[in-house]
Design a protein around this ligand. Sequence first.
Ligand code: FUL
Length: 487
Amino acid sequence: MKKNIAIIAVLLVSLFAMSCKKEVLPPAPVGPLPTDDQLRWHEWEQYAFVHFTVNTFTDKEWGYGDESPQVFNPTDFDAEQWAKTLQEVGFKGLILTCKHHDGFCLWPASYTEHSVKNSPFRDGKGDVVREVANACKKYGLFFGVYLSPWDRYYPEYGKDGYAWYYSYQLSELLSKYGDIAEVWFDGANGGDGYYGGARETRRIYSKTYYPWASLIEQIRQMSPRTLIFSDAGPDVRWCGNEAGYVGLPNWNTISIDTLFPGQSHIFDLLNHGSEDGKSWCPAEVNVSIRPGWFYHASEDHLVKQPAALFRIYLESVGRGSNWLLNIPPDRRGLFHENDIQALKGWKKMKDELFAHNLAHDNNNKVNITATQTRGNAKIFAPENLLDNDKETYWTTDDSVTAASITLDLQQLQTVRYILLQEYIKLGQRVETFTIEAWQNNQWIPVASETTIGYKRIVVLNPITTSKIRINITAAKACPILANLEVY
Ligand code: FUL
């Protein structure tokens, strides 16, 4: 009896002690944070840009604005062919040039005759924007719009009467075509143009000529979930080049109050972002699958091949940005066979290289450990890096900004890629990290890197090893990692 009482007393005391034990709290957020819509944006990773207008038929890159709407005459237009192709290769959406610099509108826009309504397309009754928006919906893709601020057709461009016209066009696109996921504001402003017959050079200062603040406000009012892209964000920024890469380091933060669309000389800043930036404004990498943005038959043999596309993927998505790949339809109004073949080749290559995640190999019972875990709590343990759940993570105590994770693969494997993801909901933190591989009873350095962000794919010289060690060497605050994959 006495013995039983003693056991019960011990149990009660330990239960009491356990309940008194302080709950280990998650780290506090650091720096600017992504909004829910920006988090959704990060998950898109790759999507298509579609440049299509009179230029497709005049073989130009920049229409002057004097093109007859009659030239716009795709013989076999099929937006579903675009959407189906994109869906098959894992692209998440499409952004269409509803109006490029030439001012020709792909929808029957009000207050202008310069549109599809005066073209032979569907006998002047067609609406390319509608057909593309519907095709996207059918194939589960998001739809976004590019509306060139520069308009080489419109007589009032460069004068006072343009702002309302542009804002009206924006309202048509935002109100008639269902959900608009992203609005793309181009920073290009070349100067000369047709301008209703004036045929002259009109220079504007982008910062003050376009009413950016009220245009942004208009989008927020009409379509609060639409993300706004420009050189200056506010939601997504340009990556500073059209060559298909974002820089290293790549910070998702930048001070957008110092930027405006159409600025020059800030390419480097856009390419890298800034660690102490005051806004979350990640970079989007826009690049064309062909040398030009519009279709030219003469470039049919210059379509980027799967290996080139894969490299761009690694240098955009693999560096924590999104990839906006332009695929220009031809004069039939279809994606060209060569472009489709290249896209499918890229998909196959990516799927094969990332087919087998060595860090998730259950048969081998991989083992993961960390030099430090926040409060020694299970909810913050390194195992969270391997559980396929982006909401769970490994993190350390607040005082720790350098720590290592070791992944024991339990057998020799050849490793080529290491994929890491930060838990960006609590801010981008990691400044530098290194990777080592276990060989001949010692750790061999195999990579020395900077930022991680939403996703980082580190390309290694293939190395045969049984253990990988990731050392976070500096961070803005305690590191928080949500995912680790090894290929
Ligand atoms: C540039 C434009 O001038 C090109 O024609 C193209 O639209 C590209 C995406 O942006 O600024």
